[in-house]
Design a binder for this molecule. Structure first.
Ligand code: PGA
Length: 257
């Protein structure tokens, strides 16, 4: 049984004081919640204060990016060693990183290996553009991204990786994929590609989130789909009450499944 994982991706939002106030507001309610893992992925600047504010809670704390080297002359970068003891997960290869910061399947693969080597739970993002979707290229493109990201990663390591399927056209647009489409791509493309690499058993252990305009109105329907193991949520994760509602709805939808 895969435990659903609902993670907020705050992107480049919130100051330290706003982040700490959020953590204090969600910590109690979310620590009581069963049947779902919750997480906050925040800017590197916010991670240390958040780790102190979330102490004693079961809420995962994630970075939104990191470099693959342990240390060195890499101005502006954050290393996996620096995240140690502060964050326990890290988003890798978000489409905004690929689009604006030149990340490729190869850099995603290097970062993924570095995260695993430093015991950080990776959330690897994949997803097609609108043009690719309209050209009928979704299956081939997403499958290629998975193969690139997972190159030279063992089955044992793969089982602990979280994948987020985030169609780029659904991110920040208010236009989520339908739950049927998201379920189909996650099952028949993402999980099927992983099954081709590692076999059905391992692929069946890997958690695959859906991301792209998840909100309190559509979360229950999305999470009721059997292949969708949680969500990666941007805009709708920024307010404490909304984030709590998303986590609660995920736990509830999965408890019915
Ligand atoms: P959104 O972002 O929920 O605001 O669409 C999702 C993401 O980019 O992870």
């Amino acid at each position: 049984m895969r435990t659903p994982f609902l993670a907020g991706n705050w992107k480049m939002f919130k100051t330290v004081s706003e982040a700490v106030a959020f953590a204090e507001a969600v910590k109690g309610p979310l620590s009581m919640l069963k049947g779902v893992e919750c997480g906050i992925c925040a800017s590197a600047v916010l991670l240390h204060p958040l780790s102190l504010a979330l102490k004693g809670s079961s809420i995962h704390l994630g970075a939104q990016n990191m470099y693959w080297e342990k240390e060195g002359a890499f101005t502006g970068e954050t290393s996996p060693v620096m995240l140690g003891g502060i964050a326990d997960c890290v988003i890798i290869g978000h489409s905004e990183r690929r689009q604006y910061f030149g990340e490729t399947d190869e850099t995603v693969n290097r970062k993924l290996k570095a995260a695993l080597a430093h015991s950080l739970m990776p959330i690897v993002c994949v997803g097609e553009s609108l043009a690719q979707n309209q050209a009928g290229e979704t299956e081939a493109f997403v499958s290629g991204q998975i193969k690139g990201a997972f190159a030279d990663i063992s089955a044992e390591q793969a089982a602990g990786i979280v994948v987020a399927y985030e169609p780029i056209w659904a991110i920040g647009t208010g236009l989520a994929a339908t739950s049927e489409d998201a379920n189909r791509i996650i099952g028949q493309v993402v999980r099927a590609t992983l099954a081709g690499l590692y076999g059905k058993d391992v692929a069946g252990q890997i958690r695959i989130q859906y991301g792209g305009s998840v909100n309190t109105g559509n979360v229950a329907e999305l999470m009721s789909q059997p292949e969708i193991d949680g969500g990666l949520v941007g805009g709708a994760s920024l307010k404490p009450e909304g984030f709590i509602a998303l986590c609660e709805a995920t736990a509830q939808a999965k408890s019915k499944g």
